[in-house]
Design a protein around this ligand. Structure first.
Ligand SMILES: CC(C)(COP(=O)(O)OP(=O)(O)OC[C@H]1O[C@@H](n2cnc3c(N)ncnc32)[C@H](O)[C@@H]1OP(=O)(O)O)[C@@H](O)C(=O)NCCC(=O)NCCS
Length: 166
């Protein structure tokens, strides 16, 4: 891939909020009965929050992908926090390490926000993606869809902090 991909905090690319919300809505929220407007409002709340964030991958003014860090992503495990969620890469950009770059950028920003542990919930077929990024599966077969929970701990040790992203 020749396009140069940058990763920015949604606060600095608010023009891409509606596109990110649209992808999240189609992938995860629509079938749960949420409206696109509710997802837009959720991203607006995250953008204004000190504890949560959304990152945007882009090439110039073209939206490429997104990831969020949120306090809670699974009602069954509300004791665990925070969570990486809504990891999305546009079809034409997949398998070019953009998803990996988004996860690593979120880890680095989480560290700079004082976090040392992260969780995420994913479909079983995504195990290779997250285990390849150094995450450890801690639970499996959650809920009807058989989702897995992954954990990333000792973040400060595990992740290089030499980036000035976001
Ligand atoms: C999952 C997703 C974010 C991956 O993004 P990507 O940019 O294609 O991923 P990368 O190129 O960084 O992949 C890194 C590695 O994971 C593997 N991988 C990527 N997607 C995978 C998938 N769906 N299943 C299994 N392995 C996958 C890649 O083959 C690559 O392996 P390698 O190190 O052996 O070469 C992207 O496919 C996507 O947006 N999917 C739809 C939304 C989704 O399911 N998000 C996850 C929510 S938990």
């Amino acid at each position: 891939m020749s396009a140069e991909i940058a990763i920015a905090n949604l606060r600095n690319r608010a023009d891409m909020l509606e596109t990110a919300a649209n992808r999240i809505w189609h992938a995860w929220s629509k079938h749960r009965g949420l409206t696109l407007k509710q997802v837009v409002q959720k991203l607006q709340r995250i953008k204004a929050s000190d504890d949560e964030f959304t990152l945007i991958a882009h090439t110039g003014d073209m939206f490429v992908g997104t990831i969020s860090l949120i306090k809670s992503d699974l009602v069954e495990r509300s004791n665990l926090t925070p969570w990486i969620a809504a990891v999305w890469v546009e079809n034409d950009f997949r398998k070019h390490r953009v998803g990996s770059a988004l996860v690593k950028a979120a880890e680095r920003l989480a560290i700079s926000n004082g976090r040392d542990v992260l969780y995420l919930c994913c479909a079983p077929e995504l195990r290779p993606f997250y285990s390849g990024l150094g995450w450890t599966e801690i639970e499996t077969n959650i809920g009807k869809s058989g989702s897995c929970i992954f954990k990333r701990q000792n973040l400060k040790v595990a992740v290089s902090t030499d980036s000035d992203l976001c």
